[in-house]
Write a protein that binds this ligand. Sequence first.
Ligand SMILES: NC(=O)c1ccc[n+]([C@@H]2O[C@H](COP(=O)([O-])OP(=O)(O)OC[C@H]3O[C@@H](n4cnc5c(N)ncnc54)[C@H](OP(=O)(O)O)[C@@H]3O)[C@@H](O)[C@H]2O)c1
Length: 316
Amino acid sequence: MNTSKIGHSDLAVSRINLGGNVFGWTLDEAQSFKILDAFADKGGNFIDTADVYSCWVPANTGGESETIIGKWLKTRRDKDKLVVATKVGWDFGDGVRKGLKPAYIKQAAEASLKRLQVDTIDLYYTHIDTGEVPVEEYLGAYAELIKEGKVRYIAASNVPADRLRYSLELGASGAYPLYQALQPHYNLVERTTYESEYAPIVAQYGLTVFPYWSLASGFLTGKYRSEADLGKSVRGGGVKKYLDAKGLSVLAALDEVAEKHHTSVAAAALAWLLAKPGIGAPIASATSPSQLDTLFAATALTLDAGDVQALDKASQ
Ligand SMILES: NC(=O)c1ccc[n+]([C@@H]2O[C@H](COP(=O)([O-])OP(=O)(O)OC[C@H]3O[C@@H](n4cnc5c(N)ncnc54)[C@H](OP(=O)(O)O)[C@@H]3O)[C@@H](O)[C@H]2O)c1
């Protein structure tokens, strides 16, 4: 499988980034191991998680996804080829504000290292920046973690555009570590914020982009076409908002592109992302090996300019 380099780093990753929020949520440990094994055996090497996954499940406290990935990594001989990204800064839903205070970041990184059972976090994301902690303070905490060998590179996820730009200016000056990647909410039914606010920053600083919810939680697989379909997954409720004229027009355009290339709607939706500038790999999760096949099919599919234009138009 072809790979993509992360920013100016020496990390090369598969063009599908496996989403880890389903581990400990819609998949138990044994099912998660099956998906992780299938992903790695097919040549995937990039796994995305966060310290808080999957704290929204009633019996969970957060950390379940990292714990499962950590146990699985122990079973793999090719552990050194795998790149694991995790995140800090999101609340665990326990009523305690976590944020990005330097002391908390250090404590959270130690906890993630322990759960993942590794010495170094390959890529450490700012999960969310709500503006409470000065950028210099939390970039300083990352600098110390990098110096101690506990973090290799850093990246940004839900960081407001002005603070992202400022962070990159600080990083480019050499005084602080530099973000190498951006993880934005970006897909065929969520284009506006990324394309208007973030794409120019990505181009200016050479960030590599890993879009999350790249299948719009399953909507862009085409399996939800009416309210009656929402019961197809426990996640159905989360896609109801896309069942409108625009969402259905995107699905109609995807149907045509998928039919033309003898592929699935999901593969066509991910291939559209892969055709956009700066995209390293879409982040998508799968709950069965056959779903995983559709994610890999996207990496082998090259859309032509007409396909991309048709999808651009339907999703405007
Ligand atoms: N940075 C952030 O703030 C943030 C936020 C959200 C997510 N993320 C990351 O992004 C990753 C991806 O997000 P996500 O997993 O929530 O959503 P997603 O990738 O948009 O949707 C994946 C879901 O779609 C369904 N699916 C996948 N392939 C399919 C196929 N071929 N046919 C039918 N259904 C299929 C599966 O769910 P069912 O089988 O249950 O239907 C799967 O769990 C997460 O795992 C996480 O790592 C990051």
